[in-house]
Every structure is written in structure tokens, then in C-alpha cells.
Design a protein around this ligand. Structure first.
Ligand code: ATP
Ligand code: MG
Length: 139
């Protein structure tokens, strides 16, 4: 998480955003370090990309039973309900001028889902337009 904080601090400051990281001290993730890193890099990239200036990104990691639960939350543009079932598909992007004004290929979340699944984990999205998005990863 220090790696993630340091990596994204310049982007966060550029957009006058805030990044809050809350992690349980005893949290241990078992898995491929590079893959898990790119999973969270992609989620945080999205959270920053799809949140207007001055917004906030919160990373919350805790133990939940035998799982580690990591949430990446933003208070950005959100995802209209009808698009949510598709956003893990390769190349899928919400067809919206605010999304299109941001670069991207639509591959990030499909990679995240693949990485979660090879770790026998799950990934879920809850989102409300204009309010924000929470992605929950359980590993
Ligand atoms: P890439 O990650 O390949 O650069 P991308 O960000 O468009 O491109 P994904 O990360 O797969 O692709 O996300 C798919 C789509 O889901 C995005 O285009 C965007 O419409 C929507 N989306 C993903 N994360 C968020 C978020 N945090 N807030 C709002 N919309 C999001
Ligand atoms: Mg992305």
C-alpha cells in the first residue's frame, strides 16, 4: 500500500484530490505480488480518472473471516446501472462523453477480474451516477 500511495500521489495532487488509505495492520495477502499490484493499480487509476478535481479516493483493507477485503472507493462520476453488468468485459467502456474524454482501452477491469479469479477471489462493483463507485475485492 505504500507503493500504491507513492505511485499515485503526484496524480492525486495534480487533480487536487485526497487519497486516504486505511489498512488493518495484520493484513496479509497471499499471491503473486506483481499481479496483485496491477490489480490495485488499475482500480486506483480508474478511481482517479473518473473522479472530478477535488474528489476523494479511499482505500480500505481489512480482514474478513479467512478473506482479505480491499475496497477502492471514489466519489466520482459513477456508472449508470445499466452498464454495471458489462464493465468487466474486455474493451467495454461506458458510452458517455465524460468517459470518452478520458483515454483508455476498456481492458483494465477485465484484467482485474482475471487477477482476482486466478487468486480464487472475487471482485464486485457498486456504483451510483454522480455519487461514486466502490470496487470490493476479496482474496
Ligand atoms: P483502461 O483501464 O484499459 O485504460 P478504461 O479505464 O476505460 O480503460 P476499464 O478500467 O476496464 O477501462 O473500465 C471500464 C469502464 O468502466 C470505463 O471505461 C468506465 O466507463 C467505467 N469505470 C471503471 N471504473 C470506474 C470508476 N471508478 N468510476 C466510474 N466509471 C468507471
Ligand atoms: Mg481503467
Amino acid at each position: 500500500f505504500d507503493y500504491l500511495r507513492n505511485r499515485f500521489l503526484p496524480m492525486i495532487e495534480n487533480k487536487r484530490m485526497e487519497l486516504h488509505v486505511r489498512t488493518a495492520e495484520s493484513l496479509i495477502l497471499h499471491g503473486d505480488e506483481d499481479l496483485l499490484r496491477s490489480l490495485f493499480v488499475n482500480l486506483i487509476e480508474n478511481a482517479i480518472k473518473y473522479t472530478p478535481e477535488g474528489g476523494t479516493v479511499v482505500i480500505h483493507a481489512k480482514n474478513k473471516g479467512e478473506f482479505a477485503q480491499i475496497q477502492v472507493m471514489d466519489n466520482g462520476i459513477g456508472i449508470p446501472e445499466q452498464h454495471v453488468p458489462f464493465i468487466f468485459e474486455r474493451f467495454y467502456r461506458v458510452d458517455d462523453s465524460r468517459t470518452r474524454s478520458q483515454g483508455g482501452t476498456g481492458l483494465g477491469l477485465s484484467l482485474c477480474k482475471w487477477i482476482a479469479e486466478v487468486h480464487k477471489g472475487t471482485i464486485e462493483v457498486h456504483s451510483k451516477p454522480e455519487q461514486g463507485t466502490t470496487v470490493t475485492v476479496s482474496l
